[in-house]
Design a protein around this ligand. Structure first.
Ligand code: ACM
Length: 523
């Protein structure tokens, strides 16, 4: 008898314990965020005191016949469904209440990516000058709902949002991240998850580093050995991989549906061992054997033979096929660390390849070393290490993409105890990643010289999606804010509180983030 009572008591005790634990999650992940908790920080926020409640009967309304807006409405349904279970409906008739209303307005002061969001007790409206702005308004809504909205399974709760008004637009036109799929290969699903991270923080550019010494990752039909052979390994000797052109198009479409432009990079004339190993005729000593495939992490030892006409045929074919599957305006031709190329060979090579990009109707991007060449009008130089190169590029009339290694390389270790990453550009803790201004980082590179910010993730030590997440989070939201929000309103002391609150959002999305001790993480 006594035993039974004891058992019953124990069972009750356990039940209470479990319930308490559940409540704890409920009280945090389901807490209603304020309008002052957004990343990137909006330009103008007016918080109000009411609440809007999303439910299964909320309508999304769009104007008749606007396919771009219809697509955004469908995207809203897709992102809200897993956690809410709601099957929201789309309608073209305005509703008096309980609706999310999307509309384009003739207000060019919002620019192509800005939006106005109003949340009242009875509904939500997003106005924008262009569809991209509506898409970013939707990202704001996602951040205003309880963090549990990021879960991939059903959560039973009141889906409430604080009321208020936001007017918001980006500082820089280009905001993004680079992923090195050459040193370690990442499959289509991993790239899509990466794209979703960018979209959530209102970034619009994915720079894909598609070729390097360790692997060639994009199918080129005229030069099949690039992938048949040149893709078959990676750093450390794993099996590597590549995207078929169909898979690449799938990535590009997935990105485009999230208002993200893919910038494909074929790095040359250096960083080309995988191509040189695949085709002997790209080497200067053609009669010698091709080099072996490379699985180390040294740089600067390989070069296409810039004296050889076949190399230009090769480059032309590659750029032509790549341009045909890349709707975005850019082709990135690398140009960094070509230490095995003589300067007198490098310059005419980069000049000629720029002309080939132009012939495909695309704009050239090169790492900052490209400033040594003659720059075509419209060429962008990506500052990563050498400020003299970047200043030189500006003198030659080029605009700059800011990717400073010492601030924005997401493969740098956070500190000396980080298990992943390198530190040749220094340790980049979350505060150092956040506390810089693109327009003042390098003297004589000013606001009007800069098109935007791309934060690169090189993959020497990055093998899995979990690794990607650990290096990208929590630095990526900071880069997104640097590129989107006015510098005048930014400070680490204020930002770190918002970032701490985003711990809940990262947790709900199962993001394996680095829990920096500099931040008070809310769980
Ligand atoms: C680079 O990090 N080599 C651009």
């Amino acid at each position: 008898m006594l035993q039974r009572r004891l058992l019953a008591f124990l069972a009750l005790f356990l039940l209470v314990l479990v319930a308490c634990n559940n409540n704890q999650t409920a009280a945090t992940e389901q807490e209603i965020p304020t309008l002052n908790n957004l990343i990137p920080k909006p330009v103008q926020v007016k918080a109000d005191t009411g609440f809007f409640t999303l439910n299964d009967s909320t309508f999304i309304t769009v104007p008749v016949g606007d396919t771009a807006l219809l697509q955004i409405a469908r995207y809203i349904i897709t992102v809200l469904k897993p956690a809410t279970g709601f099957k929201l409906k789309i309608d073209t008739n305005p509703k008096p209440s309980n609706s999310i209303t999307l509309a384009l307005v003739n207000d060019s002061s919002l620019n192509n990516e800005g939006y106005e969001l109003k949340v009242s007790n009875s509904g939500i409206t997003i106005n924008a000058f262009q569809p991209a702005g509506l898409f970013y308004g939707v990202q704001t809504i996602r951040q205003l709902l309880p963090a549990a909205i990021g879960k991939d399974s059903l959560v039973i709760t009141n889906w409430q949002m604080a009321t208020g008004a936001i007017r918001d637009y980006p500082e820089y036109a280009m905001r993004g991240a680079m992923l090195d799929v050459a040193r370690h290969f990442f499959d289509v699903d991993a790239v899509k998850r990466y794209i979703d991270f960018l979209a959530y923080y209102k970034m619009n550019t994915l720079h894909l580093h598609l070729s390097d010494d360790q692997g060639w990752r994009i199918e080129i039909k005229k030069w099949p050995r690039l992938t048949e052979y040149g893709s078959t390994t990676q750093v450390g000797g794993g099996q590597g991989g590549f995207y078929t052109q169909e898979q690449y198009k799938d990535i590009v479409t997935y990105a485009a549906n999230r208002f993200i432009t893919v910038i494909p990079e074929i790095d040359m004339p250096g960083h080309t061992n995988a191509a040189l190993a695949s085709y002997p005729e790209l080497n200067c000593n053609e009669k010698d054997k091709s080099p072996k495939l490379y699985t180390g992490i040294e740089v600067g030892f390989s070069t296409l033979c810039t004296q050889n006409e076949k190399v230009y045929q090769f480059v032309d074919d590659v750029l032509k096929e790549l341009a045909a599957i890349t709707p975005g305006p850019y082709l990135h031709i690398g140009g960094d660390e070509s230490h095995a190329t003589k300067k007198e060979d490098y310059i005419p090579f980069m000049n000629r390849v720029q002309t080939m990009v132009k012939k495909q109707g695309k704009q050239v991007i090169g790492w900052d070393e490209i400033a040594n060449a003659t720059l075509q009008p419209g060429t962008l130089a990506q500052y990563w290490a050498d400020s003299a190169n970047s200043k030189n590029a500006v003198k030659k009339g080029a605009k700059i993409i800011m990717s400073p290694a010492a601030r924005s390389y997401m493969d740098m270790q956070y500190d000396s105890t980080s298990k992943l990453g390198l530190h040749w550009a220094g340790y980049i803790e979350v505060d150092k990643a956040y506390s810089w201004n693109p327009a003042t980082l390098v003297d004589s590179i000013e606001r009007n010289n800069i098109v935007g910010v791309i934060a690169p993730l090189w993959s020497e030590t990055i093998v899995t999606m979990n690794d990607i997440e650990y290096m990208v989070f929590p630095r990526l939201p900071g880069y997104a804010e640097i590129a989107w929000s006015p510098a005048s309103g930014r400070s680490w002391e204020e930002y770190k509180n918002r970032l701490g609150n985003h711990g809940r959002q990262m947790k709900a999305k199962h993001i394996n983030y680095y829990p920096s001790k500099l931040v008070d993480w809310k769980q």
